[in-house]
Design a protein around this ligand. Structure first.
Ligand code: PLP
Length: 390
């Protein structure tokens, strides 16, 4: 078993590292393995490699290099951002998130609650969007240390109007720090931190064809949050020797993503038309099975479709598709032996049975039309077979 499916449509879970990323990691591990904090020549070479990668990540995200902190991934970036913002406010303000955030955000909130802090979730509508009026009411009634709204949802691809929401927050509470989890958006659509007007932005290399175990927390000018792990590295903002090889891989992936985004208008990319082809064909051919796409009325990432089949178990469909050579994601996660439907789908008001039968298909910028056409046949075959067996 190689672990490589024939067709991979689970790019929101992780993406395949680019060949040049793999090369960069191997070359760094064998040639630039010194400690970047060492002042001798090999150490300086490693430092140079880290800083070159930092410049690439900064350029992709519209942020100054000195304000990019390398972390172990988005989960850590989010924890530093939210727990740090809450600590910086001396634990007095609450942390407000949308109801459809990634579990990494909710885990940080759970920690804050365990320290007797307050967190609140802003509900979303059936379209998955945060209602600015609801956020406004909350901002007028609760002192906030931080507000965290993901730029794009990992399950549905629904994109929030983070720029407007950040403006709204700042107009009512200028001291509240605004964080966006941009993990799913980075590398797929242009993300410019300055334009978004947020104070903190988290992302991860493995969602944009880089390696796992490395990410970044970006800060707006003048913004600081206390570290989770003390140490002199990363300007005292994240202790621990830098993962030089992974960081170099991240830099190469960021450079490649920037080039790709620059070459095309991402909103009208080929990927979008492939997703639309996938979606429209499945909705048409599986209409009898009640196929429905979630978040369809909102702006969405061009690569993601969250599609529900009432009465089916998503996990069983994932297995059936895997046996046919197609890798997709389930909108449900196995927790303590039972299948829990995605909280993001439930927060959108999607009935539990439908959330249970929802799978996520997520393309990459390398997905081809022939792969999509084969995937359609495999999905139709698997869904029809499962329905017949019921
Ligand atoms: N935020 C979002 C929206 C994600 O999709 C993910 C990964 O699934 C994360 C955060 C966590 O990223 P990482 O795996 O780098 O910790």
């Amino acid at each position: 078993m190689t672990g490589s499916p024939d067709i991979y449509l689970d790019n929101n879970a992780t993406t395949q590292p680019l060949p040049e990323v793999v090369e960069s990691i191997a070359a760094t591990l064998s040639g630039t393995w010194a400690n970047p904090s060492s002042t001798h020549r090999p150490g300086m070479a490693a430092r140079y490699a880290v800083e070159r990668a930092r410049a690439s990540v900064a350029a992709l995200l519209g942020v100054s290099e000195r304000n990019v902190i390398f972390t172990s991934g988005a989960t850590e970036s989010i924890a530093i951002a939210l727990i740090g913002a809450w600590r910086a406010a001396k634990g007095e303000g609450c942390v407000i998130t949308s109801a459809t955030e990634h579990s990494a955000v909710f885990s940080a909130c759970t920690f804050i609650e365990s320290m007797h802090g307050k967190t609140m979730r802003v509900p979303v509508g059936r379209d998955g969007a945060v209602d600015p009026a609801v956020l406004e009411r909350l901002m007028r009634s609760e002192r906030a240390a931080a507000v965290s709204i993901a730029l794009a949802n990992n399950e549905t691809g629904v994109m929030q109007d983070v720029k407007s929401l950040a403006l709204l927050v700042k107009s009512i509470q200028p001291d509240a720090l605004v964080h966006t989890d941009a993990t799913q958006a980075v590398g797929k659509v242009p993300v410019d931190m300055r334009q978004l007007g947020v104070d903190l932005l988290s992302c991860s290399a493995h969602k944009c064809h880089g390696p796992k175990g490395v990410g970044a927390l970006c800060l707006a000018p003048g913004i600081a949050v206390p570290p989770m792990v003390e140490g002199s590295q990363e300007r005292g903002r994240r202790g621990g020797t830098e993962a030089v090889a992974s960081i170099c891989g991240f830099g190469v992936a960021a450079e490649s993503a920037r080039q790709w985004l620059g070459e095309r208008d991402a909103s009208s990319s080929a990927g979008r038309s492939l997703r639309d082809l996938l979606e429209a064909t499945l909705l048409g051919r599986l209409a009898e099975q009640g196929a429905v796409v979630h978040g369809v009325d909102s702006p969405r990432l061009w690569n993601t479709t969250s599609i529900g089949f009432p009465g089916l178990e998503a996990e069983a469909l994932v297995v059936a598709l895997s046996e046919r050579g197609l890798a997709v994601g389930a909108g449900a996660a196995c927790a303590s032996g039972s299948l829990e439907p995605s909280p993001a789908l439930l927060a959108m008001g999607i009935p539990e049975p439908l959330a249970h039968g929802t799978v996520r298909l997520s393309l990459s910028r390398f997905t081809t039309e022939s792969e999509v056409r084969v995937a359609i046949e495999l999905i139709v075959d698997a869904v029809e077979a499962m329905n017949r067996a019921q």
